[in-house]
Design a protein. Structure first.
Length: 183
């Protein structure tokens, strides 16, 4: 899995078709798109870079706002591990070198179908990163997506996630700016 796609509950089939269309247009004719076993969550394995999928989705929304309706968020995943605090921490340590000395960070944990403690995950991972924490405007997000007994981890720039709602809201802001300055 290198992407997690969220959608409305019971709209997994429609979201699956939507993300498959995007990925096949980017050149992967056989992406593996699976129901995670949790409502509203799909896992995707593709040879296309997750950043390309997200950039493509953003550009399509700008060109054709009606293009996407079901894929609410597209979340890139860099590594998958067992849902175990020590394994999660070890994998974050492997990737944390991209965070420079003066960069800030935030840890975001999204937990589904697991009793593991969010607070404990954040506490243990934070011990391994000595940078400044910024909850509002971090340079980097350490994203931990717990899906039952598997956990996806990514260390991403703040703008590396795709949200359909935010993309359409930004589209509205840009178009009102455009009309105010033209007319």
């Amino acid at each position: 899995m290198n992407l997690i796609v969220t959608c409305g509950r019971n709209l997994e089939s429609e979201a699956k078709n939507e993300i498959k269309k995007i990925i096949t247009e980017l050149g992967d004719q056989e992406p593996e798109i699976l129901n995670s076993g949790m409502r509203g969550v799909l896992t995707v394995s593709t040879v296309v870079k997750p950043s390309e999928v997200i950039d493509y989705a953003r550009n399509k929304i700008n060109e054709e706002p009606w293009f996407m309706r079901y894929c609410l968020r597209i979340i890139p995943i860099q590594i998958v591990t067992d849902t175990d605090i020590d394994k999660i921490k070890q994998n974050v340590i492997k990737f944390k070198d991209c965070i420079q000395k003066n960069d800030s960070f935030r840890i975001t944990v999204e937990k589904r179908d697991s009793i593991i403690s969010t607070r404990e995950i954040i506490s243990e991972v934070a011990k391994s990163v000595s940078n400044k924490v910024s909850l509002e405007n971090p340079t980097w997000i350490i994203l931990i997506e717990v899906l039952g007994n598997k956990t996806g981890i990514s260390i991403l720039k703040n703008d590396a996630l795709f949200s359909l709602e935010k993309s359409k809201r930004n589209l509205g802001e840009h178009s009102s700016f455009f009309y105010k300055n033209i007319f």
